[in-house]
Design a protein around this ligand. Structure first.
Ligand code: ADP
Ligand code: MG
Length: 252
């Protein structure tokens, strides 16, 4: 079954229309249009500085756009704080540098948001946390501090932390770029499992093996624009734009 067939009758979870963003005078995102279906797995690639992080950060308002519309689950992202809170529960981000709280244990990192944002009881939050720590194969580290773990382990904790919020969409911003090579696979394996279980995912990554394995669509960005997008086989076999060809020739 092709990705198009699989996603044909799915609803959109994210709709972006003509989004533009500036940092001061610098026009960082130009006329971004994007429709993400429920269960869709998108890989975003492109040169450093092309606006990939900024684009996905606009999807849960870690950055604000100045023109156009971003709608998540039917709620438009404006400066309405209540809406932003609602959307942040549903759209979680995994960062390149993990962003765990260093002074909290692994378990405390996982229970913080469920207790204070979702108002879960401590016991319930801990039970959920342990379930997800087991899932990323790291339950035995629950009482350690992030600094006592390897990078690969910290990133798996960060993924488990997102899962504790029961998100509808997960955003990944180069989740393996800061890892030593031998740790990349343990993180990608978790991401592949999530993809296979149907999680809606947008992943900024240059792991093209991952893209080929799970992506329904690969998006190439350059200079703040979406230059080209396609299902992975076509994207890699037949890139259309010269900038895409150049980029692929440099990373593959
Ligand atoms: P990518 O993730 O593709 O490497 P970014 O989205 O991080 O690109 O950045 C896009 C451009 O915006 C870069 O030129 C970067 O220097 C600039 N930029 C990113 N964040 C800021 C900021 N907070 N203020 C000003 N410029 C920024
Ligand atoms: Mg980036």
């Amino acid at each position: 079954m092709t990705a198009q067939d699989r996603l044909a009758d799915r609803e959109s979870v994210i709709q972006v229309t003509n989004m533009n963003k500036w940092y001061g005078d610098f026009h960082v995102l130009r006329d971004i249009n994007l429709d993400v279906k429920q269960g869709e797995r998108i890989v975003i690639c492109g040169p450093s500085g092309s606006g990939k992080s900024t684009m996905i950060r606009c999807l849960n308002r870690l950055e604000e756009h100045q023109q156009g519309n971003v709608t998540v689950n039917g709620i438009e992202l404006t400066d309405n704080v209540k809406n932003i809170e609602v959307i942040r529960k549903d759209v979680c981000m995994v960062f390149q540098h993990f962003n765990l709280f260093p002074h909290l244990t692994v378990l405390e990192n996982l229970t913080l948001a469920p207790m204070f944002v979702l108002k879960r009881k401590k016991e319930e939050a801990e039970a959920t946390a342990m379930k997800y720590l087991e899932r990323v194969k790291i339950a035995e580290q629950a009482n350690k501090y992030p600094g006592q773990l390897s990078g690969g382990q910290q990133q798996r904790v960060a993924i488990a932390r997102s899962l504790c919020m029961n998100p509808k969409v997960m955003l990944f911003d180069e989740p393996t770029s800061a890892l030593d090579p031998e740790m990349i696979k343990e993180v990608l394996d978790v991401m592949v499992e999530l993809a296979e279980e149907g999680m809606t995912m947008l992943c900024v990554t240059h792991e093209m093996g991952f893209a080929k394995l799970v992506a329904d669509r690969v998006i190439f960005m350059d200079a703040g624009q979406i230059i080209e997008q396609n299902e992975p086989h076509e994207f890699f076999a037949n890139p259309q734009n010269d900038r895409t060809k150049l980029f692929l020739s440099q990373i593959l």
